[in-house]
Design a protein around this ligand. Sequence first.
Ligand code: RB5
Length: 159
Amino acid sequence: MRIIIGSDHGGFELKESIKQSLSKDMKIEFYDVGTFNSESADYPTFGSMVAQKVQRGEFERGILVCGTGIGMSIVANRFPNIRAALCHDTYTARMSREHNDSNILIIGGRVTGKDVAMEIVKVWFTSEFQGGRHQRRLEKIADIEKAICDSQSTRPAEK
Ligand code: RB5
């Protein structure tokens, strides 16, 4: 599996630690969209790059880190077919895979310690979607997305 990773300055340090763990411990290849230092940077820039490439199928999954994880969640979940999960512990990481088939993992670099973050990443990669009733719920989300898209494309221009 090849994944894509990104952060703003608030998540930069944790992103670098995650990258080390991905390559050394987990042998997972990744593409880093930045940011590449701790200077102030805007989370929508990096969140949208990662979400768009996962949405288009260029990468199977993504990881995003900002200060709290909230900004990245808001950005990533605006993209159709993106199920971005902000996880603070291994339980939510596992559930986000098993029940929600999350395709982007989000962690807050200023609220989650490094060791916990590494455990979250490992659990997220080793947990599998369970399908069944959960698949039905994902299909409902896809229906909602489609209805919103359809209504926007047919709505007369607002004055
Ligand atoms: C940057 O200061 C901070 O706002 C950002 O990293 C993130 O926490 C936004 O949700």
